[in-house]
Design a protein around this ligand. Structure first.
Ligand SMILES: Cc1cc2nc3c(=O)[nH]c(=O)nc-3n(C[C@H](O)[C@H](O)[C@H](O)COP(=O)(O)O)c2cc1C
Ligand code: SF4
Length: 439
């Protein structure tokens, strides 16, 4: 069955990012439709759609919206456009190629939730996206799609653009809120700081991902039931996946959610086109750098949230990173761990110190100074960050970033421990210092 492109339909239209191109291709019809309904009816359509959040956790948007306490004002919508997980680059393209779709989604959401201020947080390094969304916002203000008395109605919504400074941790919703308030981007404790009750400036706040909100215009225009008919029962609609690594045709693909398999996505000619140079697949990360790795036997699993969760990983941020048979697993593991170590905000000790130690131990293994006890040491540090090293992860940390550094180590050791052992066996020279250098 061919499915409609819901969020990427304008990506190949040259002027799809302008107001003229957007209106010519059916833009702002969802908003017009919403304004004929009551806010509660719009909310109901989103609930019927069973739209899962596309930022990582996969929580249903309609249910999250329902967590806003009644009669507490002001309340805010915050758009999470901080996208920084390695391999994840779908939100950037949504912002660059179809900024009006996102703006329309924001305005409809504000209407449904009875709020008048939206903050759009865009990652610092997305210079092109920043230009595109800023000029789209100017056009939307000028033509009455944002601002006072939208399309001549009582609805007034302001959208404030905010550029991040390029920190991965600010993608975590409470850190993003701290950053918006002008503070250092460090996560808050949950509870009590669940944004829907205590969010931006201490007020109820809905934080949604760029892709989540980009689905809203289609859902309101076509109805929640039509959306829910696409995909699987618990993973409805379409979803965008970014495929990178050792494939012939890396890119970003909108696919039917829940029914398309990893094999379709990675090997299919219409998507990533298979493994480069005729090689075989060694491992793949199914949902962003935080996710436990999958292997060849997982290729036929559908891109469906519950199934992937039950198989011990997650779809997370929608980034699929493929490693072929030529991959040095210890180096790949080090690469991912180093990212989390560098991006740790430092607020809690197990993450600040532990991710750094993990990086240093892997450094010395790779540099030929590994010790026989290093594997146990790696696992011990992992266990301190994420007790039991299980999935879903337990954590001794404030946010899930610390446990994210555990995933690549646990995955790589589970399947390719021999590669670690080989590096360690190559060390003919002891002693070494804790920093990985020679004594
Ligand atoms: C370390 C970390 C980084 C995150 N980065 C992002 C991000 O870049 N973009 C995003 O939308 N969500 C990110 N999230 C998830 C957000 O905290 C939040 O769940 C999400 O923005 C909610 O939107 P959704 O319900 O529409 O998915 C991150 C979470 C963690 C723990
Ligand atoms: S887990 Fe890491 S990133 Fe998260 S709050 Fe603690 S130190 Fe910061």
């Amino acid at each position: 069955m061919s499915i409609p492109l819901i969020t990427t339909s304008r990506w190949n239209i040259e002027d799809g990012h302008t107001l003229e191109g957007y209106l010519r291709t059916g833009g702002y019809q969802g908003l017009r439709r919403a304004l004929e309904m009551t806010p509660a009816q719009v909310h109901e359509e989103v609930k019927k759609a069973s739209l899962l959040g596309r930022g990582g956790a996969g929580f249903p948007a309609g249910i999250k919206w329902g967590f806003l306490p009644p009669d507490v004002w002001p309340r805010y919508l915050v758009v999470n456009g901080d996208e920084s997980e390695p391999g994840t680059y779908k939100d950037r393209l949504l912002i660059e190629r179809d900024p009006h779709q996102l703006i329309e989604g924001c305005v409809i959401t504000c209407f449904a939730l009875g709020l008048s201020q939206c903050f759009l947080y865009v990652r610092g390094e997305m210079a092109h996206g920043q230009e595109r969304i800023a000029s789209a916002l100017n056009e939307a203000y000028e033509h009455g799609y944002v601002g006072r008395n939208i399309l001549g109605t009582e609805l007034s919504v302001d959208v404030v653009l905010h550029w991040g400074a390029g920190a991965y941790i600010v993608g975590e919703e409470t850190a993003l809120i701290e950053s918006l308030e002008g503070n250092r981007g460090m996560p808050r404790l949950k509870p009590p700081y669940f944004p829907a009750s205590i969010g931006l400036y201490g007020k109820p706040t809905i934080v949604n991902n760029v892709e989540t909100l980009s689905n809203i215009p289609w859902i309101v225009e076509h109805g929640g039931d039509a959306f829910a008919k696409i995909g699987a029962e618990q993973s409805t609609g379409t979803r965008i996946f970014a495929v990178s690594g050792h494939v012939r045709n890396p890119g970003v693909f909108e696919v039917e959610f829940g029914t398309t398999t990893f094999r379709d996505l990675i090997m299919g000619d219409q998507y990533a086109g298979g493994i480069r140079d005729g090689n075989t697949i060694k491992a793949f990360i199914p949902g962003g750098a935080s996710a436990p790795w999958f292997f060849e036997e997982h290729l036929d699993i559908p891109l469906e949230k519950t199934t992937v969760d039950n198989e011990g990983s997650m779809l997370g941020s929608g980034a699929v990173v493929v490693m072929d048979e030529t991959t040095d697993i210890v180096k790949a593991c080090h690469n991912v761990v180093r990212f989390f170590s560098r991006e740790s905000c430092g607020k809690c000790t197990p993450c600040r110190e532990g991710t750094n130690w993990l990086e240093k131990i892997l450094d010395r293994i790779l540099n030929g100074y590994g010790r026989p006890e290093d594997i146990d040491l790696l696992l011990d540090v992992c266990d301190n960050i994420s007790p039991g090293i299980s999935w879903p992860p337990k954590q001794t940390t404030i946010c899930p970033l610390g446990p994210s550094a555990v995933s690549p180590i646990a995955s790589a050791l589970k399947r390719y421990r021999s590669e670690f052992d080989a590096y360690i066996a190559s060390n003919t020279d002891t002693p070494v210092t804790v920093n990985g250098g020679r004594a």
